[in-house]
Write a protein that binds this ligand. Sequence first.
Ligand code: SF4
Ligand code: SF4
Length: 373
Amino acid sequence: MKGPDISIVRCADYNRQDVLAAVRQAVGLLGGIEAFVKPQSSVLVKPNLLSAQEPQRCVDTHPEVVRGVIRLLKEIDCRIYLGDGPNLLGRKENIEEEVYEKSGMKEVARSEGIELVKFDKRRWRGKFPLTSWLDTCDHFISVPKFKTHELTTLTAGIKNLFGLVTGTFKTEIHLKHFKLEDFTKIVVDIYEEARPSLTVIDGIMAMEGDGPGAAGTPRHAGIILAGKDCVALDSILAKIMGIEPLDVPTTKEAAARALGESHIDRIAIAGEPLEKVIGKRFKLPRAALIKRLPMPLIKVIKHFVKHYPRVVEKKCIHCLACVQVCPNKAVSVKQGKIVIDYRRCIACFCCQESCPAAAIQLKSSMLAYIMGL
Ligand code: SF4
Ligand code: SF4
């Protein structure tokens, strides 16, 4: 008989013992860590570390969830490497140091006695380079955060793998594949190339609204999910958000390539039943709202409904992250102020995602404004 595809376990907050128990239960419901990872093997643990933020900002995977995964791996004597390629990598000296410190990963690595690694070596896989830690390690475990995403609507199982791309190539990918359809294909190409042995999702404090950076709004969801099939995991999260799995472009593309299960009725869930963890509908990112309209209407209005980044001067702390990250050099400093050149802007929202002060918000075109999008 087929076992469960994914598990859902409740966890109210980030109290260490509760999180350790919830991660253990979530993985245990699927057969335990040995069902996914060979004892005494080497394992890369990859959280979602978007930028240098404290855990309470809910931008990065919480360190206690990462600790929960590490503890399970230690029980089967694995060699564990912890790391991610944060957003600004390659644009600023020692960005990983700052991200690892603030996100709490440095403390987890120190207290658990494991190695914190940087994604500074790569191997080309067709159109993109991925961290060579995937080659060094026998297994790779993804530990994403459950968040909304301005471009892909949801970031969790599949989108977390974009962080495997090394150096400034993430920026180049945004520049070369700035259309959502193209960007989606690349993200799913990465999932096809580097499928995790196991994914454990931090959905205790999730994010809604204009995620995935500091402009999003933390939202309590109180759950940990685990599974191997990221299409199934993201499909379940879409339902929890109040949308359909195929409303998420990465899920739709991965399902079309038969990379996993997106039919909710065919996903076997262990632990909490889905209907018990669905609460109030999530507030969606503004740029994703147009996808909720009927397709014939989208085709007519799509050239007039646009969203662009806008700097809220009084919130800006002049860190210059937006200037450094913009793939098309559309952001600059003029007379001490951050200025966006809209002729160059490709609406990738990397600046908004990177802004630590939530000082970049979305500006709507006239029609989008009138339609309340
Ligand atoms: S200004 Fe922002 S949204 Fe526009 S291209 Fe640059 S990073 Fe992307
Ligand atoms: S807008 Fe945000 S990212 Fe850009 S300089 Fe100001 S605080 Fe930094």
